[in-house]
Design a protein around this ligand. Structure first.
Ligand SMILES: Cc1cc2nc3c(=O)[nH]c(=O)nc-3n(C[C@H](O)[C@H](O)[C@H](O)COP(=O)(O)OP(=O)(O)OC[C@H]3O[C@@H](n4cnc5c(N)ncnc54)[C@H](O)[C@@H]3O)c2cc1C
Length: 400
């Protein structure tokens, strides 16, 4: 009997893994099950070009319909998986369907963290994760509309840039003392805060949202500093991993589904990849949960190859990008515990790179409109990591 490999979650990682299985020569059945009704698509444009009407829905799809057919990838869409029966090697789907697996890959991604304050159920309070979310939001962005963005992270700021380019009156409400505070240094935060302010976006820090004032429609966002009038709000306050399915099946989870460097869970027949995983990082000597396309693709490839019996380890430098106005921010590595920052180029000219070092070793780079510096630094971080991988990540239990 040919083997059946099932992938739960038809997003970036799921689609990648299905393709890798086939490209690697796996000849059994490949079933890709997803709860969304669309074939796998890219999310990054949802807060950027798609929101600006610069990209069509067709351009979001990761693969053509013919690809799945030609590669015998069985797509089961609009099919939420409700339980994993590990003893029977079976998935339970909503509506009663059962799917048997020989090996399973969980790629359930993450979902927006919600802001549970009074009024948050208003239809004018938006989150952004799916194409449906983006379509709903896009329909409401118009000149003169007052848009409150709650959270000055990547997604909030990308939406702020798009909304202000569409002529909306945008306010960013950030609870900490600077935007992008979780992901970068003060200099980059300052650069983007100024870029937004120059375009008329009101960036406010140290502001805590306590309620959304909404009756029929949203009228404002209540903050500890007072009432901010708004016609719509977009909440971007982080994401949480979709790990409940794995957890309910008894797989260890701690801020994500725990996998080892082979993307294997505690069950040798079950793998996981992408936003939903907490995985060991050989460079940082600790577990990480990443929300990035790079991580989803790379982990999915490793998981798929290991499902085919190989023994590949996932050890990549994390990298990420963001686009706000004409500025492309590219980041690689993790700027944790740096003792030195070298600046190249000039923030005033809108083209600069910051190189973060500890004990002379390059930890991370943030580059704005400086792709060459970025690529060179990213390569160096990777080479350095390979030359002296940190000990202690041989197994999942070794790193917390
Ligand atoms: C607006 C936006 C902008 C972004 N911009 C960038 C960017 O510029 N650069 C970057 O690197 N990353 C960006 N990201 C992050 C990137 O898109 C994610 O890291 C990536 O999609 C993760 O892939 P994944 O497969 O792990 O999860 P997803 O792509 O989210 O796929 C998971 C899928 O699993 C489904 N699912 C969950 N539970 C079940 C279940 N029980 N049964 C069936 N299906 C289930 C979900 O509905 C979803 O379709 C952005 C994300 C968003 C939302």
């Amino acid at each position: 009997m040919p083997e059946t490999f099932v992938i739960v979650g038809s997003g970036q990682a799921g689609a990648q893994a299905a393709g890798t299985l086939r490209e690697h020569g796996f000849r059994g059945r490949v079933i890709l099950v997803g709860d969304e009704s669309l074939a796998p698509y890219q999310r990054p444009p949802l807060s950027k070009k798609f929101l600006e009407h610069l990209v069509s829905v067709e351009r979001l799809y990761l693969r053509s319909a013919a690809y799945y057919e030609n590669h015998r990838i069985e797509l089961r869409l609009h099919a939420p998986v409700e339980a994993i029966d590990r003893a029977a090697g079976r998935l339970h789907l909503r509506g009663g369907t059962r799917i048997a697996y020989d090996k399973l890959l969980i790629c359930t991604g993450s979902r927006p963290r919600t802001l549970d304050v009074p009024g948050s159920q208003s239809p004018d309070v938006h989150y952004l994760r799916t194409l449906q979310d983006a379509l709903r939001l896009r329909g409401k962005l118009a000149p003169g509309r007052r848009v409150a963005i709650v959270g000055g992270g990547y997604i909030g700021l990308e939406v702020a840039a798009t909304a202000s380019a569409a002529g909306a009156l945008v306010t960013v409400l950030e609870s900490s003392d600077r935007i992008l505070g979780r992901v970068t240094s003060e200099k980059v935060s300052r650069f983007f805060a100024e870029a937004h302010r120059r375009r008329g976006v009101d960036v406010r820090c140290n502001v805590r949202v306590t309620a959304f004032e909404a009756h029929e429609r949203l009228s404002g966002v209540r903050c500890d500093s007072g009432l901010e009038p708004a016609d719509l709000a977009v909440v971007g306050v982080g994401a949480v991993p979709n790990a409940e399915l794995a957890q309910a099946a008894g797989l260890p989870c701690d801020g994500g589904i725990l996998v080892d460097e082979h993307c294997r869970t505690a069950d040798p027949l079950i793998f996981a990849a992408g936003d939903c995983t907490s995985h060991p990082n050989a460079l940082l000597k600790r577990r990480l949960r990443l929300e990035s396309v790079q991580n989803a693709i790379d982990q999915a490839q490793v998981a798929a190859l290991n499902m085919c019996g190989e023994s590949r380890a996932y050890a990549e430098v994390p990298w990420f990008w963001s686009q706000q106005y004409e500025f492309k921010l590219q980041s690689a590595g993790m700027p944790e515990g740096y003792d030195d920052i070298e600046e190249r180029g000039s923030a005033r000219d809108g083209s600069f790179a910051l190189l973060y070092r500890r004990n002379n070793a390059l930890l991370a780079v943030d580059a704005v409109n400086m792709p060459r510096e970025y690529m060179a630094a990213r390569k160096r971080i990777a080479e350095q990591g390979r030359a002296s991988p940190l000990p202690g990540v041989a197994g999942a239990a070794a790193c917390h």
